[in-house]
Design a protein around this ligand. Structure first.
Ligand code: SF4
Length: 148
């Protein structure tokens, strides 16, 4: 069982993560290539997964298998997370950000230049980290709607 303290710690090698999720290593790599997940990479380039990553992957698997949402659909859902509100981008930063104008992939899929995300580490960013569970994305959108 995990707690808040170890939830984001990269602990599991790729084979263990795949086994826990009952999927192949190839599938896990494909999710990474598609930009759905950013595993922690050791200097040896071996990947490690946290419990937070496992929760994100469970959400992805459930969206694919139970809700029949495609990978492109999941990327669109992630693109709806209002990162610019969460990291407090100014109007000018929004205007210069490709992710702000795009609705087909998550902000962490972009090669950011000339905006604050250029130097941010997506894996430790609250946008990427705090919405690993499907319920959190829905909750976030509901909160934004109720504030307007
Ligand atoms: S640092 Fe990465 S995850 Fe965070 S808002 Fe920027 S692109 Fe998105």
């Amino acid at each position: 069982m995990f707690n808040e303290e170890n939830f984001h710690l990269p602990l599991l090698p790729i084979r263990s993560a795949a086994k826990l999720l009952n999927i192949s290593v190839h599938t896990l790599r494909m999710y990474e290539k598609e930009g759905l997940i950013i595993p922690f990479k050791k200097e040896s380039s071996h990947r490690l997964y946290s419990n937070s990553d496992i929760e994100r992957l469970k959400c992805i698997r459930s969206a694919i298998n139970e809700s029949k949402i495609s990978i492109a659909g999941i990327k669109t859902i992630y693109s709806m997370i209002p990162c610019y509100e969460i990291v407090n981008c100014t109007q000018t930063e929004r205007e210069n950000c490709s992710a702000f104008k795009n609705h087909s992939k998550p902000c962490w899929n972009f090669n950011h230049k000339d905006n604050p995300c250029q130097t941010r580490d997506c894996r430790s960013c609250s946008v990427y980290n705090n919405y690993s569970e499907c319920g959190r994305i829905k909750e976030l959108i509901q909160n934004i709607i109720s504030q307007n």
